[in-house]
Ligand binder design. Structure first.
Ligand SMILES: NC(=O)c1ccc[n+]([C@@H]2O[C@H](COP(=O)([O-])OP(=O)(O)OC[C@H]3O[C@@H](n4cnc5c(N)ncnc54)[C@H](OP(=O)(O)O)[C@@H]3O)[C@@H](O)[C@H]2O)c1
Length: 400
């Protein structure tokens, strides 16, 4: 049915490519293009013969708009799924605009030299995408992504207004290393070492990194420490969910991870300021990434489950109402199915589903849109079908 260009060939892309190949009726032709073509060739070789999807590969520098335009013009995809790094969002959006090609990503733009992520840069493309008649779907991973779809679904079917949302991201997986990150270490450490913040009564409340801690008893996982972080979907949900008074995001971290992170911070290893080392400029955080385990190598070692979901409190027919929608995913089952751990799986599956929504025309809204702006129903059905079944309860434990 459709041709998709996938940019990037890391942990998340690997899962999305496996899932596209399971879904050949929609994705009958995909091209995998990344900085290191050998990685694209390796996954093509692994999957060819197991799928009806036609696979091709290419080398591309996703930071170079002209190179991207040339690739899009030669391959002629209907949509581009950006699974490279947040630094490349704008160059890829520029190329999609120039070629009138739909765009999907999983993370908002972040300048490489400033650890700051927000939607303003990508929202500035709204009019141009609308005029070009192409859709940009922002944030089609799990968080952002499924958390926005859960919010739109809760609003559509269960609430007249939602006043409070707590997004809870629990990874109870154990990979056996004292310290490793479950997705790109540079992006992950930039995110968790930043100041925290949450949205309340129309404004942002800022906290010190990891200042707010809660303990939560996650269904099917158990009791875990979780910490309040800033997270990108807070920004779009604060605008798109009417009646909202407060949105917070919590992520679980084990004590070993936090102790190592504090130590690395204290010695300057998480800094993004370049330093001179033996006459050469290096960025400490990029050097740290090079010595940490590659997240894609964690798959065979990781045991345990993730539980990610949203607690909603609001009103229906004048009565207060509570709801918790969540997904539980098992690291070992993910590895058996696609050769990756659950953090990559819970991002790669929604990335495939987002691309499917756009390619099939179920979601067709020229402009630049966050995921909660679309009809959640077909996406919720697809989550059940493609490996991320969700559960719903109206008696959740609440977070104080
Ligand atoms: N929404 C969510 O729930 C969620 C969760 C996790 C991750 N994410 C996002 O998912 C994306 C992928 O994460 P990941 O863990 O898969 O990262 P990763 O394993 O580091 O993969 C990134 C891929 O992008 C390629 N790349 C980097 N710079 C490039 C360039 N200039 N040109 C072409 N290709 C380039 C890399 O190439 P090389 O192989 O040559 O290094 C690599 O294949 C990130 O944006 C991350 O923030 C979203």
């Amino acid at each position: 049915m459709g041709k998709l260009l996938i940019i990037g060939c890391g942990g998340v892309a690997s899962v999305a490519i496996h899932k596209c190949c399971q879904n050949s009726e929609v994705f009958d032709d995909i091209c995998i293009a990344s900085r290191t073509k050998a990685k694209c060739d390796a996954i093509k070789e692994k999957l060819e013969g197991t799928t009806k999807t036609k696979l091709s590969t290419a080398q591309v520098d996703a930071g170079n708009t002209e190179a991207l335009i040339a690739l899009i013009n030669s391959y002629q995809p209907e949509a581009v799924l950006n699974l490279a790094l947040p630094y490349q969002d704008l160059t890829i959006m520029d190329a999609c605009l120039a070629t009138k090609t739909h765009y999907i990503d999983t993370a908002n733009y972040e300048p490489e030299d400033t650890a700051k992520f927000e939607y303003s840069w990508q929202w500035a493309y709204r009019d141009r995408f609308e005029q070009a008649g192409v859709t940009a779907l922002l944030g089609s991973g799990f968080d952002p992504g499924v958390t926005g779809v859960f919010s739109a679904y809760a609003l559509k079917h269960y609430f007249d207004e939602i006043n409070y949302i707590d997004i809870l991201d629990c990874n109870a997986g154990d990979h056996g290393y004292p310290f490793a990150t479950n997705f790109n270490p540079e992006i992950n450490i930039r995110e968790v070492s930043a100041k925290g913040s949450y949205w309340e009564n129309g404004g942002w409340v800022e906290t010190e990194p990891m200042e707010i801690k809660r303990v939560y008893n996650f269904p099917k996982v158990g009791s875990k420490d979780m910490y309040l972080l800033h997270h990108e979907e807070l920004e779009s949900l604060a605008l798109n969910i009417p009646g909202i008074r407060r949105i917070r995001f919590f992520m679980t971290f084990g004590q070993s991870y936090l102790t190592h992170l504090k130590c690395l911070e204290n010695v300057g290893m998480t800094s993004i300021e370049p330093i001179l080392y033996e006459g050469r400029e290096i960025v400490p955080l990029q050097f740290l990434k090079a010595v940490l385990p590659d997240p894609s190598s964690l798959g065979p070692r990781t045991k345990g489950k993730t539980n990610i979901g949203c607690i909603f409190i609001g009103k229906k027919d004048g009565q207060e109402k509570k709801l918790y929608i969540y997904n539980v995913c098992d690291h070992e089952e993910c590895y058996r199915e696609v050769g990756s751990q659950a953090v990559a799986y819970t991002t790669g599956v929604p990335a495939m589903i987002g691309a499917m929504m756009v390619l099939t025309g179920k979601w067709n809204k020229p402009g630049v849109h966050n995921i909660e702006e679309f009809d959640p129903d077909p996406f919720m059905d697809a989550l059940n079908q493609w490996g991320l079944p969700w559960e719903i309860t109206d008696t959740p434990e609440l977070v104080d």
